[in-house]
Ligand binder design. Structure first.
Ligand code: PLP
Length: 354
């Protein structure tokens, strides 16, 4: 059985052994104030930066989910308002969370096959944060480096750029210096069970939240910062999740190699689905297609039939999401899914839906 669900997604088979080791090594009741834990956390941060090519001067925080990251960014880095530029359900949810806390926040939407027009974005000196979703998991679109760089270069002097990279972080190489805040959770491209997210912050954004000094929440960024100076947390952390992350990172290839593998696999899949099947890619424009989540569209009855017959052969496809729920399906192209799974998937389509 292979799952192509884009989250919670397939985990690495090694996770089974890591879980056993965590139990045997006593991590499940290890005190989080002790040196054993702080050493683990320090090592995990170091390995994360090395494996993912994160600039050394970026700060790493671990939280519980990407949703928590949405809320924390509104609390601790948005005194006035944020601007949300999105085309799908996750970008919209982020906007909803931000608006609930900072009602002056606003949004600009764009289509699946287009890029937002940066010159028309309503950014001003009161805009604290500009928020984009690098990989929109709901509709399988992606914003490439070039767009992010252009946007970053045209921010008003006061604004920071925050990027939701939940379904691409650890799957492709991201240009971290071209934005201030990046985050994602581990149940997508990290190939791990849910319950942990990673946030990466530029020196400029650290300076900013320290200046704002918002302290009203247990997860306020200044609180996290002060604790992380000693690799501690102000609540009992997900030690098991951190342990699994550290084990996975130690075995992981550098992101450059992972990136190459994922982009080649995506190209092959799009080439195949562009021509050979009854379903077609949900996104027409090759420049806005995601490399880590492939969306396919078709009549709802056909989509159901494809999913049903795939499942009967041990291939679990991801459902459509949000407004694309009935007319599409999604295929995660994440590192923990082996090439054999995709070979079987293509054979399935070739045999049953060519
Ligand atoms: C999955 C996902 C989220 C939500 O992640 P949680 O860890 O469940 O909070 C947010 N944004 C994107 C782009 C996602 O793919």
């Amino acid at each position: 059985m292979y799952t192509f669900n884009p989250g919670p997604a397939a985990v690495y088979p090694q996770v089974r052994q890591y879980l056993q080791d965590a139990f045997d090594e006593g991590w499940l009741s290890a005190p989080h104030r002790g040196e054993r834990f702080t050493t683990l956390l320090r090592q995990t941060v170091t390995d994360l930066k090395t494996r993912l090519n994160v600039p050394q001067d970026y700060t790493v925080f671990l939280m519980g989910s990407a949703t928590e990251c949405w809320e924390v960014l509104a609390q601790s880095l948005t005194p006035t308002k944020s601007l949300h530029v999105y085309n799908g359900a996750f970008g919209e949810k982020w906007f909803e969370y931000a608006k609930a806390l900072r009602p002056a926040s606003s949004a600009v939407t764009f289509g699946l096959d287009e890029l937002p027009d940066i010159s028309k974005l309503p950014m001003d000196l009161q805009t604290d944060l500009v928020c984009i979703t690098q990989n929109e998991t709901s509709n399988a679109t992606q914003l490439r480096d070039g767009f992010i760089l252009n946007l970053f270069n045209r921010l008003p002097s006061n604004a920071l750029l925050a990027v939701d990279a939940t379904s691409s972080l650890a799957g492709i190489q991201l240009k971290y210096i071209k934005a201030d805040i990046w985050y994602g959770s581990v149940q997508k491209c990290f190939g791990l069970p849910a319950g942990l997210s990673v946030m990466l912050l530029s020196p400029r954004s650290v300076e900013r939240f320290r200046k704002i000094n918002e302290r009203a929440h247990y997860n306020s960024l200044v609180h996290q910062y002060e604790k992380m100076l000693n690799f501690q947390t102000n609540y009992t952390p997900n030690v098991l999740g951190i342990y699994l992350l550290s084990r996975m990172l130690q075995e992981r290839a550098p992101i450059k190699a992972v990136h190459q593998h994922m982009t080649e696999r995506a190209t092959k899949l799009y080439d195949y689905f562009d021509q050979a099947t009854q379903l077609t890619p949900l996104v027409q424009n090759p420049e806005t297609r995601s490399t880590t989540v492939i969306g396919l569209q078709g009549a709802p009855a056909l989509i159901d039939e494809v999913k049903r017959r795939a499942l009967a052969q041990g291939l679990q496809l991801g459902n459509g999401y949000g407004s694309w729920k009935s007319g599409s399906l999604r295929i995660a192209n994440f590192p923990a899914i082996p090439d054999e799974a995709f070979e079987q998937l293509v054979q399935f389509f070739a045999k049953e839906f060519a």
